[in-house]
Design a protein around this ligand. Structure first.
Ligand code: ZN
Length: 856
């Protein structure tokens, strides 16, 4: 579609020409509950100035039909000025009024105005999601972050509904079976931050109050909502508790009063991402409303997301990046603040362990793709922008900010943030604006901050730090050298830990030194003369962003006793380093599995344990030599059952091992146990076989050919919910038959009717681990369809197709060659599509390399 992919150049040009005075948006969604509802009425009035009267520009709108366009009182012919993506605006005056009356489409992909019908009670729910550029699916606008303006929304909806927007409601007027909500004008915000949520949502309310520096009191009304059918599971008290702790924390640290009035948090169905920071109207994926028992790691993850979104009220909403190149200015900060706030203000005290072990694994993976990019990115258009919500922008950026705090100190860091908010409130910024305040508050000066930025923000790739230990005749350290590898070396402020055994066998830190790493070789003088330790841990306390290696003696210590490291963070760092060694083909994958078999049972941190489970599956599915898969699989399934039986009844660890058993079971004995747990004829003391666990067991049985459609339908009848429907779909697709694979493939490929969540369920079931032969016939078809799907589907669905159906189970040279051939033959394919395929290719090449290493 012409003009659908808005470019940075166009946006820059438009921002130079136009400034927006304000929007009035009226949406009529009274049609939403009708079964065949396709569109809703959207009437937008934009008042804006033009710096060069007589000039031309355009507004953005993705709508099936436009009824009328009026510019400065002149009626324009929609057929002439609207091409499906843009409204052409010619002969602009110094001050303009544009009115666009359109029929916009309800969405089933989570983009724009998503419409969902609850199978439990038939109720309809709506919510919007716009980032980076989908507000234009709901109303006509200038879709770029630097044309901020106040918005006044009015929404006409069924009378029994509630409607939520960015601002508080001013009035609600009844008109027959409908009501119209008129909202107060917002503060100046960007298009992608506007939001409307409507439906018969269940709501809980509370409020927060805090004293401001001037002695006055700020009161913020709080609301938390979910679908009515989820209300029995909604733990609003816990959500409000974290919310209030966050508001206390950010007011203390940021010293800028929350500027958006109320604070609603809405848990919505079929959401594409974790959450979205719409000012005053934050939307979350409703999987955060836990229907079944989950581990503490899930509660911590949700609390982290709550704080991440709240940090955005300042980093992102109050001060916004000028264009998507500087997306990191909000996402890196919010990601850092999520963990920082968790640790400082809540009961979740393993925030940095999770960050080191999970979040950074994401960054390391992404940073080694050929498609990696500097944290400050080069974003040519909104398709590029869509793909940059990645491990670099979030996790690496956050890790680099953690390093910045180590470099300039916590006080200087927060002083800088406070200056930044005051100076740029309701405005837009670029990298230089941040460096400017940091140069002032850190006392390090502009040149030092520019050097820091050049090293960390403006280059890509991860450094590797390797210790080289030399000992003298008395077995004392004669020299400890740290080697830095990587395309560019960087300055790192790190801690080095030396660990020794206690009499009880525990590995405990006996010395810690902080050192500045520069260049390729750095000697750590402070440890010379100390007895040779059992373990040297570089980047102890996880201050910097790097991959770490071990000297031979330390690696031998880990192989023998990784689980004996007493400190949770140090142990998590050791686990993470061993995983990187495996991914890099330096540690045979079966050796990594041995570490998991040996030490995971004693891992106390539940988040780390769940990561180990996931990584063990990757190691087994794609990294070990294929000839070892059967034996390795048996070993991990046996270990899962052993640890399940040994875990404390009712504990999180018990649940984690039960899930791991369900995903590993392949012997008749194990599968019979799963059947017994479902039927209630087998019991594990303290393990509640609740609905989510039931679906996991059913999926395992279906994948093993031990559950048929009738049984899965019966389970759906028992759990006739949105979640149940998705899980049944996944289980059906996981069955080990050619027909099941064909049905899953066809459901996604032959029709564009499936909602986003169902596409995900189909691809997950299709790529069931171990079903290589069944999915092999789809390799050629996949590559044939790539460009068509990319062109014809919305980007959310296309991304699911590209990643979900990529033949990642076919770890062989032929599939790698087929991937390379497609890339060679399609140099002109959309850059965002090529990027996704390049990343899949890289993972596949890495798997082949790891298999080679595993063969020895
Ligand atoms: Zn974010």
């Amino acid at each position: 579609m012409p003009g659908k992919n808005l470019s940075r150049d166009e946006a820059q040009q438009r921002a130079g020409l136009l400034s927006v005075i304000g929007y009035e948006v009226h949406l009529d969604v009274t049609s939403a509950p009708e079964a065949d509802a396709a569109t809703f009425r959207s009437v937008t009035t934009i008042r804006f100035r033009c710096a060069e009267p007589g000039a031309s520009s355009f507004a953005d709108l993705l709508a099936p039909a436009v009824r009328a366009v009026t510019l400065n009182g002149r009626a324009l012919d929609p057929a002439q000025v609207f091409d499906g993506a843009r409204v052409a605006l010619d002969d602009l005056a110094a001050e303009n009024v544009l009115v666009v009356d359109a029929d916009c489409a309800y969405s089933r992909t989570g983009e724009g105005m998503h419409r969902f019908t609850d199978p439990v009670d038939g109720e309809t729910y709506l919510y919007t999601h716009f980032e980076p550029a989908d507000a234009r699916r709901v109303f006509a606008n200038f879709e770029q972050p630097d044309l901020k303006a106040p918005y006044r929304f009015t929404v006409t909806a069924p009378a029994a509904w509630d409607v939520y927007g960015n601002a508080a409601e001013e009035s609600v007027a009844a008109e027959g079976t409908a009501r119209t909500w008129t909202f107060l004008p917002t503060r100046p915000i960007s298009t992608y931050l506007t939001a409307v949520v409507a439906g018969p949502y269940h709501v809980a309310r509370d409020s927060w109050a805090g004293e401001l520096p001037d002695g006055s009191t700020l009161e913020i009304p709080l609301a938390a909502t979910c679908r009515k059918s989820l209300a029995p599971y909604f733990d609003a008290e816990e959500i409000f508790e974290v919310t209030k702790q966050g508001l206390d924390f950010f007011h203390r640290e940021f010293d800028y009063p929350y500027p958006f009035g109320k604070y609603d948090q809405l848990f919505v169905p079929e959401y594409n991402i974790g959450a979205m920071e719409n000012p005053g109207c934050v939307t979350f994926r409703e999987e955060y409303v836990f229907r079944s028992k989950v581990t503490e790691a899930s509660y911590q993850g949700r609390a982290n997301t709550i704080l991440h979104e709240m940090a955005h009220m300042w980093f992102g909403d109050l001060v916004t990046m000028k264009w998507w190149d500087d997306l990191w200015l909000k996402e890196s900060f919010a990601d850092f603040m999520g963990s920082f706030g968790l640790q400082e203000a809540t009961k979740y005290q393993s925030a940095w362990v999770t960050f080191a072990n999970q979040r950074k694994a994401w960054a390391y993976r992404q940073d080694q793709y050929p498609t990696t990019h500097p944290i400050t990115a080069d974003i040519r258009d909104v398709e590029d922008a869509k793909l940059n919500f990645d491990g670099i922008t979030y996790a690496k950026g956050a890790a680099v900010l953690k390093q910045l705090v180590a470099y300039v100190g916590r006080d200087a860091f927060f002083d800088g943030a406070r200056q930044y908010f005051k100076r740029h409130a309701f405005g837009n910024t670029v990298l230089g604006d941040l460096l400017e305040v940091l140069a002032e508050t850190s006392g390090r000066g502009a040149a030092a901050m520019a050097d820091w930025s050049a090293a960390w923000l403006e280059t890509s790739g991860v450094n590797t730090l390797t210790p080289v230990v030399t000992v003298d005749a008395e077995d004392r350290i004669a020299e400890l050298m740290i080697i830095q590898d990587g395309e560019t070396t960087r300055p790192h402020r790190i801690a080095v830990g030396l660990y020794d055994r206690e009499p009880d066998g525990a590995l405990v830190r006996s010395a810690r030194v902080e050192v500045d790493i520069t260049g390729n070789w750095t000697a750590v003088e402070e440890v010379v003369g100390r007895p040779r330790p059992a373990l040297v841990l570089v980047n102890d306390d996880d201050l910097t962003y790097c991959k770490i290696r071990f000297d031979d003696d330390s690696l031998a210590t880990l192989r023998e006793s990784l689980g004996d490291i007493r400190d949770t963070l140090a142990r998590a760092l050791a686990w993470s380093a061993c995983w990187n060694l495996t991914r890099d083909g330096l540690l045979p994958a079966r050796d990594y599995l041995d570490l998991v078999l040996e030490f995971a049972g004693a891992e106390s941190d539940i988040g780390v344990l769940q990561t180990l489970h996931a990584q063990a599956h990757v190691a087994l599915d794609v990294f070990v030599d294929p000839s070892y898969r059967a034996e390795g699989g048996r070993l991990i399934a046996d270990a899962a059952l052993r640890e399940l039986r040994a875990a404390a009844p009712g504990s999180d660890h018990q649940l984690a091992w039960a899930r791991f058993l369900a995903s590993s079971a392949d012997s008749a004995e194990h599968l019979q146990l799963l059947e017994g747990l479902l039927a209630g004829t087998a019991r594990i003391d303290g393990l509640e076989v609740d609905q989510d666990l039931r679906w996991l067991l059913w999926t395992a049985l279906a994948a093993a050919g031990r559950a048929d459609q009738a049984q899965l339908d019966a389970e759906l009848a028992r759990d006739n919910t949105a979640s149940g429907s998705q899980k049944r779909t996944q289980a059906l697709a996981a069955r080990p038959t050619a027909e099941a694979k064909a049905a899953a493939w066809s459901a996604v490929v032959d029709s564009d009717e499936l909602p986003n969540a169902m596409v995900g369920a189909q691809t997950a079931g299709f790529q069931q681990a171990g079903q290589r032969e069944l999915t092999a016939p789809y390799v050629a078809r996949y590559f044939e369809l790539l460009e068509t799907i990319w062109a014809e589907r919305s980007i959310e669905i296309a991304i699911r197709f590209v990643g979900g159906f990529f033949p990642r189970l076919q770890t062989d040279q032929a599939t790698l060659d087929a991937t390379g051939a497609w890339l060679t033959e399609h140099p002109q394919a959309a850059p965002a599509l090529r990027r996704l395929v390049l990343e899949c290719q890289d993972e596949l090449a890495r798997a082949l390399q790891a298999q080679q290493a595993d063969r020895g």
